[in-house]
Design a protein around this ligand. Sequence first.
Ligand SMILES: CC(C)(COP(=O)(O)OP(=O)(O)OC[C@H]1O[C@@H](n2cnc3c(N)ncnc32)[C@H](O)[C@@H]1OP(=O)(O)O)[C@@H](O)C(=O)NCCC(=O)NCCS
Length: 201
Amino acid sequence: MSLGAVPPAAPVLSFPEPHVLRTARLQLRPMQPADAGALHAILTDPEVLRYWDTPAWPDVAHARDFIVDEQRALVEGESITLGIYEGDPPRLIGECLLFAVDWQAGRAELGFALAPGAWGHGYLQEAAGALLGYGFDRLHLRRIEAEIDAGNEAAARALERLGFRREGLLRERWSVNGRISDAAFYGLLAREWSAGAAGRR
Ligand SMILES: CC(C)(COP(=O)(O)OP(=O)(O)OC[C@H]1O[C@@H](n2cnc3c(N)ncnc32)[C@H](O)[C@@H]1OP(=O)(O)O)[C@@H](O)C(=O)NCCC(=O)NCCS
């Protein structure tokens, strides 16, 4: 009998349930096609797109396709995209996601956007805090990173409040509608997240 090579320990390859995360003021959950209109409105708002790395979505059908594709990506272990809902009845105020997941390396990238009317209330701290907790505690990721336009001061402040460290600058990385921009890279390690747990309680 050939012993052969010992296979490496299998990494987590899927997103364990529950996919609904609750915070003091918010609920995060996978979006449904009925959310397409609200999501399209957020992701075509010029204030939201000011530092975005893709052009505005052309129509609501594009948002619906995105939502359906993210449902597939969740099932297939590629990414987890959650709508952020506030109020009663719940209203979609944004989205946050873990994408570019590398299960073997134990890392993923965080993305986020809120409707401008929801800025300045600490909602991203709550929403991204819950998703980061899911990423570190349930997915056992070792590192979560984020890439933002170097001029995006609100996003930089939000990431630093969440405990991210700025790790580098990639010059002239993006070209969107003729605007060339530098990208700032941020990283947060599981051990730093755990060390900050006392301050978040
Ligand atoms: C990035 C973005 C989500 C930040 O929104 P935000 O509301 O500033 O995020 P936070 O949850 O961190 O809120 C912190 C702000 O709320 C205020 N705040 C009010 N109540 C608060 C509370 N209970 N807890 C924490 N902060 C509170 C803080 O003082 C802070 O304001 P300041 O930055 O003027 O000091 C928002 O600007 C956005 O959606 N931009 C467009 C999309 C984008 O650029 N995404 C990044 C690329 S992936």
